[in-house]
Design a protein around this ligand. Structure first.
Ligand code: NAD
Length: 286
């Protein structure tokens, strides 16, 4: 028996089509600003993909590229300008930021109404309270994939490996909100594999290729692999690897996301959806 491979590209395209139809019906296309600090090649690719997809669905996408040497004060000033611009509905500051910049201070500076990455404490708090919020794109995309397979998570045990502010913590909050029983593990957890073996839904967001082995997985579980680690190829170039030992897991799981082509495309599609949501909410308040 092999698992169903969850086609993230197909799910993402369906969402993008619906977002594009929404935008086409709006009197003015929403605007998304993506801020990139430094020359990390992976971040540059992510930003390019985000802005390209924004343009494909009819958003006005723009990129602010800043050198590694930009000061925190300069970055805060740029965010203040974007906050004040009426034609910008969504602001995303690509992470990670260089070490001399305080990430939490930058996240706190983004207008919560334009915080399409859902990282402002107000949006994070609203998510925990079960109130309407802008939700971080990756866990939001994972939830859409999970509920496409299991619309009602009541009685399911979900395990989230990883507890970052951007993926692990909001992922656990979303699963809890959908009535799953949630266990969260992290680097200091003892016997993660024992905990994983009880998971009906297993989400891994760590960044360690091959961490989750086939014998960690409960037969027929849904496995969502968020991990994306660039590994050098012998002949040059690089591959992207997930956290899950896919060849082993696919023989045990009921459904599994591949890497690439699973969670990644959903993250970008959810960013577009969040930008439209932010634009509609701001316009309704005018
Ligand atoms: P992070 O480094 O901020 O957090 C990693 C988490 O994993 C931490 O909570 C840490 O405690 C935990 N961890 C580390 N080693 C562990 C171990 N051996 N066992 C259990 N837990 C362990 O990373 P992040 O920003 O949450 O990203 C996680 C992964 O997801 C990365 O590979 C990242 O590239 C990827 N990611 C993918 C997308 C996407 O769109 N596909 C989006 C965001 C992040």
């Amino acid at each position: 028996m092999t698992a169903e491979i969850i086609d993230g590209r197909k799910h993402a395209q369906t969402l993008l089509d619906s977002v594009a139809a929404d935008i086409a019906a709006m009197p003015q296309a929403p605007g998304l600003a993506v801020v990139l600090v430094g020359g990390d090649p992976a971040s540059a690719i992510y930003v390019r993909n985000k802005v390209r997809t924004a343009q494909t669905v009819g958003l006005r996408g723009e990129t602010e590229i800043l050198p590694d040497s930009v000061s925190e004060a300069e970055l805060l000033a740029i965010i203040a300008t974007l906050n004040a611009r009426d034609d910008i509905d969504g602001i995303l500051v690509q992470l990670p930021l260089p070490p001399h910049i305080n990430t939490l201070r930058i996240m706190a500076a983004v207008d919560p109404a334009k915080d399409v990455d859902g990282l402002h404490a107000l949006n994070a708090g609203r998510l925990l309270h079960g109130a309407d919020a802008l939700i971080p794109c990756t866990p939001l995309g994972c939830m859409k994939l999970i509920t496409s397979l299991v619309p009602d998570l009541t009685g399911y045990h979900a395990v989230v490996i990883g507890a970052s502010n951007i993926v692990g913590k909001p992922m656990a909050a979303l699963l809890l909100d959908e009535r799953a029983t949630v266990t969260q593990t992290h680097i200091h957890t003892r016997d993660t594999q024992f905990i994983c073996r009880g998971a009906d839904i297993l989400v891994s967001a760590v960044g360690k290729p091959g961490l989750v082995r086939g014998d960690w997985i409960k037969p027929r579980a849904i496995v969502i692999d968020v991990g994306t680690t660039r590994v050098e190829k012998a002949g040059g170039g690089h591959d992207v690897r997930g956290d899950v030992a896919f060849d082993e897991a696919v023989k045990v799981a009921g459904a599994i996301t591949p890497v690439p082509g699973g969670v990644g495309p959903m993250t970008i599609a959810c960013l577009m959806e969040n930008t439209v949501k932010a634009a509609k909410a701001r316009r309704a308040r005018r």
